[in-house]
Design a protein. Sequence first.
Length: 277
Amino acid sequence: MTGRAVLWVGYMFAGFLAVALPAHASNRDATETLLELFGFDAYVESIAEALRETDGVVDQSDTGFAVAWDLAAAQVFPASAMMDEILDALDGSLSASEIDEATMFLTSDLGARVTELEVAAQAPGLSAIVEAEGAEILADLIAEQAPRLDEYTRMIEALGAVDSQVAAAMNLNFAIYSGMSQSGKLPYQLSEAEILGLLAAQQDQMRAQIRDHTYINMAYTYRDLPDQDLSGYIDFLTSDVGRALYGATNLATEQVLGRRARLFGSRLMELQGVQEL
């Protein structure tokens, strides 16, 4: 969950920039090729892995709930099915010229190099290393007052990344809470107002976590990318084409995950008491 994923995921269920875009003619095949060029398939796989991660989310002493969480996540968030649904939701959002222009950048030396770095940072089982080493790198950058920090901030601020990720995280968690509450498996039922109250109480902490996580991931992912290349990449991200590409992708992803999140909450409650075989 890194790099251009500053637009996607910052912390667990976060990372979407909901942008209203005009509809274009179907370019599904070209769009699928484009997504593969910037490693979106690796990102979707990382979502599936993250959603099965229960540390910090589930009380580890409650093994039954942890098992139910893992089973529900595997059933509701399979990477291949999510990828197909996101492509369907994204189809027609980008014009042929936008796809061509984005493809030109992503097949350039810089675009290919950045994709390589981002895919590597999303490798399965690497999240703990990214967090630990990224935090150390970030601490050094802060101590040195490195100009690179300003570039990371430029990316975050230009894209409104933290605000959008906080909003997305709250929306997704609302869907999960709603699914859990409406499953009929809880000993009580939460009203919409009660769920919103629970989320509002967590918002400040969530914002701080997302902001820190975003900087840490950037520090790790781009540690070997020269300053000039980093600046060039951010120029693309904040260009009209870059905003259109990631805005459309994030919106489609949010729609798909939002639908599945409510189902996940319900399925999680249904699987209570299931023990690992």
